[in-house]
Design a protein around this ligand. Structure first.
Ligand code: ZN
Length: 494
């Protein structure tokens, strides 16, 4: 029988008695509760503090979305782009009276979309606030009720009764456990995903997918999670169990190989399961992209167009690949929204990320991150009091490795994670400015500016984001800052 009692006990009763070796603050006296036994309360406190801070930021962003006045700074900035474009067109057309129906000025296009953009942003932030409140509530309740230890007991029971597993089959039981919690997670998050896609995205005209496509995507990604995630977890646990004192070094090497493996198979085998990738047809755009790649010695091997419009009218472009085998992917939606010149300027920006080493830096940072995480994990995963605080009976034997990992990332590592992701967000904005500058230096400043404006208005991006909110959440600087920075560069050049 699975243990149906709530495994959670008041933290004071759990100190003393346990002997555990090594780890941070390992000298705990007999009667005083050690830091470990506080870990449940600390984790909940940390979760709540982060929740409150993030809600304050959400509140600020919400007020920004409620503004009805088109932001002044954006107005002056975009008016300059329009003036530039107008001058350019006059020079190009040799003063021959503009018989062609002129495109609306960008400023007017942005102003036309301002109301829709504010209302889209408002819907998203309101929904985000509800979703994150639910998430926080769920994590705290699950922690207090001992959801993880309960699910572990259920998995052991299922494994023993139906599959004849014994206590020795920890990895097999772990796979049952992960299957169960993934299914629970999928079910609890489903209403939110459905509302986001078929409520908000549809209301604002972005959603293009049917329920059929939505659910077939879900089934496919779950199947892939088990197909790839299962063997991955099994190997990871084997390495931790057999690695001895320095297991974190082997885990690190394993994570490196696995990252490279995923980066190889995801674009080639996995993404085509969800979308159609077709070579960009021959024509001037293709020729010009290859010329740009040549100029920067970017070893472009393939150039694809992906049918992003199958799911959403949001637009994008990206590149990937190792060594001399690089590919660029353009969304069909992007090609509809901007001109060829603008696509080239946007690719100039993307190639800037590569040329300036941002892609490689990100990869290295990720590797260092895993290294540090697993090193610290190795230092404290023997702390039985930590597990006891979360309702795992550590006296009856060893703690399952997967539980140790999950608790580590949920407790000790969570603050590190928060700080690090904030630092990485700042770094990412720095990279965006640098990539813009790269494209400007290639002489495509004006096209990048107008291209960015168009993408922004087509995607109903925030036009007057709150500065604190954007500093905390935005991986890309706000539009007006990017345009301003490019104009500064233009001025210096002139
Ligand atoms: Zn970028």
């Amino acid at each position: 029988m699975p243990n149906l009692e709530l495994p959670w006990k008041p933290i004071y009763t759990q100190s003393g008695g346990f002997n555990w070796d090594g780890g941070i603050g390992s000298k705990s006296s007999e009667n005083e509760p050690s830091l470990w036994s506080w870990s449940l309360s600390l984790t909940i406190a940390f979760t709540l503090v982060v929740y409150v801070l993030e809600k304050l930021l959400d509140g600020r962003q919400k007020r920004a979305y409620q503004q009805t006045q088109f932001p002044k700074q954006l107005e002056t900035t975009v008016a300059k782009i329009d003036a530039q474009g107008y001058k350019q067109k006059k020079e190009d057309s040799d003063a021959a009276d503009a018989a062609t129906p002129a495109e609306k000025p960008l400023l007017q296009q942005l102003q036309d979309k301002f109301k829709s953009s504010q209302s889209y942003g408002l819907d998203k932030i309101n929904f985000g606030m509800i979703a994150s409140t639910y998430d926080t509530l769920e994590s705290v309740v699950f922690l207090l009720l001992g959801f993880l230890p309960y699910m572990w007991d259920v998995s052991v029971h299922l494994g023993q009764v139906y599959l004849g597993y014994t206590q020795e089959d920890e990895i097999k039981i772990t796979l049952i456990f992960l299957l169960l919690i993934t299914l629970v997670g999928t079910v609890t998050s489903l209403p939110f995903e459905l509302y986001s896609t078929f409520g908000i995205e549809r209301k604002h005209g972005f959603n293009k997918q049917t329920y059929g496509l939505f659910f077939s995507d879900k089934v496919k990604s779950l199947a892939l999670t088990f197909l790839i995630g299962g063997p991955f977890v099994a190997l990871l646990l084997k390495i931790i169990q057999m690695g001895g004192e320095y297991f974190y070094l082997y885990v690190w090497a394993f994570m490196f190989v696995f990252s490279v493996f995923m980066m190889t198979i995801v674009p080639v085998f996995i993404m085509p399961l969800f979308n159609k990738y077709e070579p960009l047809p021959d024509g001037t755009l293709k020729t010009r992209i290859y010329e740009l790649a040549d100029k920067l010695s970017y070893p472009l091997k393939k150039l694809f167009v992906v049918d992003g419009s199958k799911r959403s009218s949001h637009s994008n472009a990206y590149m990937y690949g190792f060594g001399s085998n690089k590919r660029i992917v353009l969304f069909d939606t992007l090609m509809e929204q901007v001109s060829d010149d603008e696509i080239l300027a946007i690719l100039g920006h993307e190639l800037g990320h590569w040329k300036l080493g941002h892609t490689l830096t990100n990869f290295c940072v990720t590797q260092v991150y895993f290294g540090a995480a697993f090193y610290f994990f190795s230092q404290c995963y023997t702390a039985k009091e930590l597990y006891a605080a979360f309702g795992f009976d550590s006296q009856s034997g060893s703690i399952p490795t997967v539980i140790a990992l999950m608790l580590f990332f949920q407790t000790l590592w969570a603050p590190v994670d928060k700080v690090l992701s904030f630092v990485l967000t700042i770094f990412s904005r720095h990279c965006e400015f640098a990539a813009d500058e790269f494209s400007v230096k290639l002489g495509m400043s004006q096209m990048l500016q107008s291209g960015l404006c168009k993408i922004h208005l087509e995607n109903l991006g925030a036009m007057c984001p709150d500065p604190w909110y954007s500093m905390y959440h935005y991986s890309h600087p706000p539009l007006v800052e990017r345009l301003g920075a490019m104009m500064e560069l233009d001025k210096k050049k002139a």
